[in-house]
Design a protein around this ligand. Sequence first.
Ligand code: COA
Length: 697
Amino acid sequence: MSLKSDSNARVVDQKVTLEMQGSLAVIRIDNPPVNAGSIAVRAGLIDALEQAAGYKASGAILIGEGRSFIAGSDLKEFGLPLTSPQLPDVIRAVELSPFPVVAALHGVALGGGLELALGCDYRLATPAARVGLPEVSLGMVPGAGGTQRLPRLVGLSRAITMICGSQRITAQEALSAGLVDQVVQGDLLEAAIAFLSDAAHPKRLTIELPVPDENREAVESSEQVAGKRGRFRHNVLEAIRLVKASATQPAANALADERATFQSLRVSPDAFALRYLFFAERKAGVIEGVDKSLALPISSVAVIGGGTMGQGIAKALLAAGLDVQLVERDSDARDVAVQSITSSYQGLVRKGRLKDSEASRRLERLRGEVGLDGLGSCELVIEAVFEDMGVKKQLLKELEAVVSDKTILATNTSYLDINEMVADLRRPASVIGLHFFSPADLMKLLEVVRTASTSDTTLATGMALARRLGKQAVVSEVAEGFIGNRIYAAYRGRAELLILDGAMPDQVDSAVRDFGFAMGPFEVSDMSGLDIAWAMRKRKAASRDPAARYVTIPDRLCEMGRLGRKTGKGWYDYSEGTQTPDPLVKALIEEIRADNRIVAQTYDTETIQRQLMAAIVNEAACLLEEGVAQRASDVDVTLANGYGFPRFRGGPLYWASLEESSRLEQDLKALEAAVGHAYRAGPVEQVLGAMKTEAGS
Ligand code: COA
């Protein structure tokens, strides 16, 4: 740390500065873009505290420059041996300082950032600040006292819920929970100076506070909920164990236990995979050669079609503060759509998940419309009408005639060729695909589809909108099923062939769940309805390659009226209220096998899992070869955010990049043999090779 001489004795390090204001030390952290707690920050903080003691400071304030306090420890350092000083060393320096230290929080204080704040004597926060310990969602546990200091402030149950759920709470919630001492309305630094100037705020180590007494059942209940939500992953159970230890173990022992657990978990396969996904998700927002700043401002959007999808999209837009016109073809349909959104908000208010005032604000911004005439002032129109090329083409043409020349038109198709859809338009450069997933207000993924004519401005605007809606955007070129549905079709196709060749639906579903998906492919079909894929198969029947293997079982189920959960029967029987394998389905499968002269093979769980993964990986390689996805990691982001792929495995291509190549080769050979004539081999080796090279660089 070097001394920059001025009258205020300002001491400057690269990432941390110290300024004496009277007898108070103001220590600023300045590590853009988010003040991640890197080695330079840690060393700077220790230096600054020492310097402050040298100046005989009566108190110190830690405050972040830029948009946040500290967004957490630098995740880029977590895969490597950690260099000292480490975060517990910094916290020890705070605790050993002879003066009280206040953490002044704005923006976010997450992970190591919040742990540092917990190690301070007091915490002040701006109303917009958010705090949390997200380490569990990254495959780890907090490692610098978070599991020991948080329960001393908020109690065991709340600490378990917050840590295991990786919750980010508001300043007001943190104040009510006892995590922060004051929410500051005015200037944060001034408030912190005033706070420390008050003699009522002496040195007070959080670690020396007792853990508040709590009802045992309440703790057990939050433990059970947290374990279940976290799928009983090892790190979740460790987090629960460590938080509970705060009430029974001497602090020094529990802190050492926490650090050792963190050190081993931060280099666990889950943690590597989840960190990979963290950076992959951010990279997905970058489009080579497209300048983000071209994005046009959007405040008013029209959604055409008030069905389930249109309503979901409208709700996503309303939640993000946008004005929405929801358009239907007649007043009855319009009223039903608006009423349905109103009822869904009322339901959320009743359950305490939405404030009454917020529900009213959203509804004030919603307008139901009949016809397209009132759309002149919209900056964006999203069509969510029936999935039919003719209908959508006609609608886009009509829209072009009524909207302004600057309006962007988006289609929410999930399969159709958008290049064909825009072929007759006057302004095809202003058209984009926005493929939402149902329920559109809840699902994180949004495929942003670039046609051959989409302009950079239109694309940048689509990406900015996704960000505003809190969605994970992935860019796709036009292709049947884009990225996600195309890969899912290959996966489901392989699952159906497994059934034809010898497995049973419950066996495949259970193997997929064991792999980490929440549901297997047949359970998913039953939930979403077998008729959707059936309709598509019928549409394509004429163009199907007669030499390709075709599994008729789902068609037969549909013909029998077994359309899934909505009819009480599908791949499974739901008539008793639970999902039960049905002997009738087994008999049908055996009959079709016999018709095709197939001798049933026996598959073990691992073979099923590896065959389904091979189908996904091969299809992903095909679409990367075609340039449908920008990069391999975008495929992983798509599957992890929209298709229930287990996040702790990083994504299918990340998973495959860690597999032994000879085993993967065997899997691909078996896949080729099973698929037969229709098989197309993707450049898997090349794709995975490039990923490995990038990971090593
Ligand atoms: N370590 C290293 N880099 C980080 C980081 C961290 N903990 N948190 C964010 N970054 C980087 C991002 O990779 C991104 O880098 P890029 O611009 O090169 O792509 C940049 O900071 C901005 O992050 P981004 O997420 O794009 O910005 P945002 O404004 O949408 O969100 C945060 C900011 C801080 C809310 C978000 O990044 C976040 O949640 N970070 C993770 C926090 C966390 O988990 N901390 C605990 C670690 S144990």
